[in-house]
Design a protein around this ligand. Structure first.
Ligand SMILES: NC(=O)C1=CN([C@@H]2O[C@H](COP(=O)(O)OP(=O)(O)OC[C@H]3O[C@@H](n4cnc5c(N)ncnc54)[C@H](OP(=O)(O)O)[C@@H]3O)[C@@H](O)[C@H]2O)C=CC1
Ligand SMILES: CC(=O)C(=O)O
Ligand SMILES: [Mg+2]
Length: 758
């Protein structure tokens, strides 16, 4: 590790507070009533229920989603036996990965005990606290007995990640490399460096996948593991070869696969020539591999190389597995993780690398979407599809193996639940998507050549959300689809509309456009230019004349200008003829809708009332009951400034139009989100709980508040959603991602469905 990285890593661990984890309470503790529920006397009700039925502990405590990451520090990465205290940063790291990748809570537990029996006893006693045990960085051979006895003693899954997590990923990587290289696993010659926890488990899984025991030779610090080696550990007897070879270079000639799970720089550059043609080099020691990929690339350009690190292609690391395998196991309350569950994961991971990578993966790795091949035999850890595929595969395999205490009944619903860990907009958009699918409308995408649009459209097609129409140059769109490795089939699942090749349609759009803008200072030659050169205008006109059911524009160029282009084309829904913009932000704590984030600089009381009613109606379409706060610097009449009065007046107008709507104001931002603060100021407020629709007095306050919360709250955006247009048209902001375009598509498709119902 170079000095710059070392320094950065230390700073990362030091600031802004030491370490990487903290505990978060999941229940309120604000009133004496809360105290009496959470603690004495109320807590006794939960205790009594568990005395009566142990399984109630999964419902009444955090156990169902809690895993212990446990080590004694004897084989910490490739750093060796550095002890439990020095291993703590690694274990905290694993806990963070559990949380971030799969929403699993975990405690890191570093036990100062090298005697396996005492260690076993200590871990076994922890069973009441956890839903699963992830053993980590415990050296061979003790790790085998430790895991085996704990599995027998405990009724929750016990999984030694370095053995099985690693083996699963290696299994998937080898299966895919065989496809890329045109080799057969039954025939390949495999040499390992390392015969410890990880290497032995990998060999076991490779045999289960078809590798022949006669083709596998293991080596460790003492050299080749051969039959009759003095003091050979019993765990190695099964893999010991009858051979005269004694050193690694002696067994490398003709090897198709080098599997390194040992220590840095063990594989020398000068030995690379000994390997078979098109070798697979898995140099997996962490943090420094058995050989660096650049050395391999120089000496053996025909090789596929993988390491355990994230800074090279092909990261073969158990992080791809352990969060998701535990997610599936916890969700069915599995009592164990069986061989069949592990093999199901191998298959699921291998398959994922073979279909095109998602935009989220591309974004996480600098915008380049990898395609299956020598540089991409395994999905990347940030691939949002991992949890969606692995957790259900594990759950199903657990049910088939009879180890699921609480089988999943509806796998479709389960997959939808998992989406909350992936695209946090998943749950919010679920009802929207259901409605959209039923209508299956035609949506035109103004920026049809844009990479984000194409990736989004692939998802729209895969999800059968809508029938997309891509506006743009046909040849350019087709070649981009190919370049990106997408599966879109123009003419079949997606339509390309190149107006240069559609003179009749162009004429029709132009005539309709001229009718709308001809008397608003747009002469005929300008109208031709607008329809031909401004995709937002062309898309808007396609929507206006009824060629499509919805339009998604923007993403390229200035939002306000695109909005101005769009305005004249679509009739209004509102009496006033105004258009407003609402943006949703999905946060860890829930969803907040902000209005007006993009359009009206200083709306009047009447306009605020109109906007609130439209926004509330839109919020209902998300399956959410609107709870509206009219925000101000003033709290319930404290100020008589014009903006405070405006919000009070808007409240009366809203009440008059929709007495059922739960709304109050004018109030402070904190009063909107914290009931107690609100009730201190106004005990009989008509708003209860936490507001979800926040109405601001002007554009500045709405836009600033939205962006501040977005930046500090790690939120996912849906919008801006334009309110007031008679037909669904939305304009993406320039920073929109493919996921953002999918979200807007879902909203537009839902609105098209509603329009069709009318
Ligand atoms: N990429 C990934 O996902 C993972 C990578 N790993 C890496 O694999 C390595 C081993 O981990 P693990 O199996 O848990 O540890 P173990 O301690 O159980 O095994 C280590 C093995 O490596 C051998 N070894 C150590 N140094 C050398 C050397 N210089 N030359 C040859 N063999 C050597 C040891 O031999 P001996 O018994 O003779 O000492 C032993 O067989 C670590 O570097 C770890 O980071 C592990 C898990 C996952
Ligand atoms: C990745 C991992 O678990 C290790 O290197 O030990
Ligand atoms: Mg490890």
């Amino acid at each position: 590790m170079d000095d710059v990285l070392r320094k950065a890593a230390l700073e990362y661990h030091l600031y802004p507070r030491p370490g990487k984890l903290a505990i978060v309470a999941t229940k309120r503790m604000e009133t004496s009533r809360d105290l009496s529920l959470a603690y004495s006397p109320g807590v006794a009700a939960a205790c009594d229920a568990i005395v009566e039925d142990e399984d109630a502990s999964f419902d009444l405590t955090s156990r169902a989603n809690l895993v212990a990451v446990i080590t004694n520090g004897t084989a910490v990465l490739g750093l060796g036996n550095i002890g439990p205290l020095a291993s703590k940063p690694v274990m905290e790291g694993k806990a963070v990965l559990f949380k971030k990748f799969a929403g699993i809570d975990s405690f890191d537990i570093e036990i100062n005990e090298q005697d396996p029996d005492k260690f076993i006893e200590t871990v076994a006693r922890l069973e009441p606290s956890f839903g699963g045990i992830n053993l980590e960085d415990i050296k061979a051979p003790e790790c085998f007995r430790i895991e085996q006895i704990l599995r027998e003693k405990m009724k929750i899954p016990v999984f030694h990640d370095d053995q099985h997590g690693t083996a699963i990923i290696v299994g998937a990587a080898v299966l895919n490399a065989m496809i890329v290289q045109g080799k057969k696993i039954e025939e390949v010659k495999i040499v390992t460096s390392g015969a410890g926890a990880a290497a032995l488990s990998c060999v076991r899984i490779l045999k289960a996948l078809g590798a022949s025991p006669e083709n596998i030779t293991m080596t460790d610090k003492e050299g080749v593991v051969y039959a009759g080696r003095p003091n050979l550990d019993p765990t190695l007897e099964d893999v010991a070869r009858v051979t005269d070879a004694r050193t690694l270079p002696e067994v490398l000639p003709g090897a198709d696969i080098f599997l390194g799970l040992s220590a840095p720089r063990v594989l020398k550059e000068e030995w690379l020539g000994l390997l078979a043609p098109n070798p697979l080099i898995l140099a997996l020691a962490n943090p420094e591999p058995e050989i660096m990929p650049d050395l391999v690339r120089r000496a053996r350009p025909d090789a596929i190389v993988a390491t355990g690190r994230s800074d090279f292609p092909n990261q073969v690391n158990n992080v791809l597995c352990f969060p998701f395998i535990f997610r599936g196991a916890l969700d069915v309350r599995a009592t164990a993780i069986t061989e069949s569950m592990k093999l199901a994961v191998v298959k699921a991971i291998a398959e994922l690398a073979r279909v095109e990578a998602s935009e989220a993966v591309a974004a996480a790795y600098g915008g380049h979407a990898p395609t299956f091949g020598a540089e991409y035999i395994i999905p990347k850890p940030f691939d949002p599809r991992l949890i969606m595929h692995i957790a259900p595969a594990v759950a199903q395999a657990a049910m088939d193996a009879g180890v699921a205490r609480r089988p999943i009944e509806d796998f479709e619903a389960y997959k939808h639940e998992l989406e909350r860990f992936v695209f946090r907009s998943g749950q919010l958009l679920r009802p929207v998507i259901e409605m959209a699918r039923k209508a299956y409308p035609r949506i035109v995408y103004a920026e049809g050549e844009d990479e984000r649009t194409l990736r989004a459209v692939q998802s729209v097609v895969d999800d059968r959300l809508a029938r997309p129409v891509l506006l743009g140059r046909a040849d350019s769109i087709v070649s981009r689809i190919q370049q990106l490795g997408l599966r879109l089939q123009p003419g079949k699942d997606v339509e390309i509309l190149d107006l240069d090749q559609e003179p009749e349609l162009f004429k029709r759009l132009l005539a309709a456009y001229s009718a709308k803008v001809g008397r608003r200072g747009t002469p005929p030659e300008a109208a031709i230019r607008h329809v031909r050169k401004r995709p937002t205008v062309a898309a808007g006109m396609l929507l206006a004349v009824g060629e499509v059911d919805a339009a998604i524009c923007g993403g390229a160029g200035d939002w306000w200008r695109q909005f101005q282009y769009a305005l004249p084309m679509i009739p209004r829904r509102s009496g006033s003829g105004r258009v407003y913009a609402m943006t949703a932000l999905i946060l860890q704590t829930g969803v907040l809708f902000f209005c007006d984030t993009h359009v009206n600089m200083d709306p009047s009381a009447e306009e605020i009332a109109e906007m609130t009613l439209m926004a509330a109606s839109s919020v209902r379409h998300f399956g959410i009951t609107p709870k509206v706060a009219l925000l101000s610097h003033s709290n319930f009449g404290v100020s008589n400034s014009p903006s405070a009065k405006k919000m009070r007046q808007a409240l009366s107008l809203i009440h008059a139009c929709d007495p059922e709507l739960e709304v109050d104001g004018e109030m402070h931002g904190d009063a909107a989100l914290v009931e107690q603060i609100r009730h201190q100021a106004l005990p009989d407020s008509t708003l209860h709980g936490i507001a979800n629709l926040l109405i601001f007095p002007n554009l500045d306050s709405a836009n600033i508040a939205f962006n501040l919360v977005k930046a500090t709250g790690d939120g996912v955006t849906v919008g801006p959603i334009l309110l007031g247009l008679a037909k669904p048209m939305h304009i993406a902001v320039p920073s929109v991602t493919a996921r953002g375009i999918i979200n807007l598509s879902a909203v537009a498709a839902m609105e098209a469905a509603l329009a069709a119902q009318k």
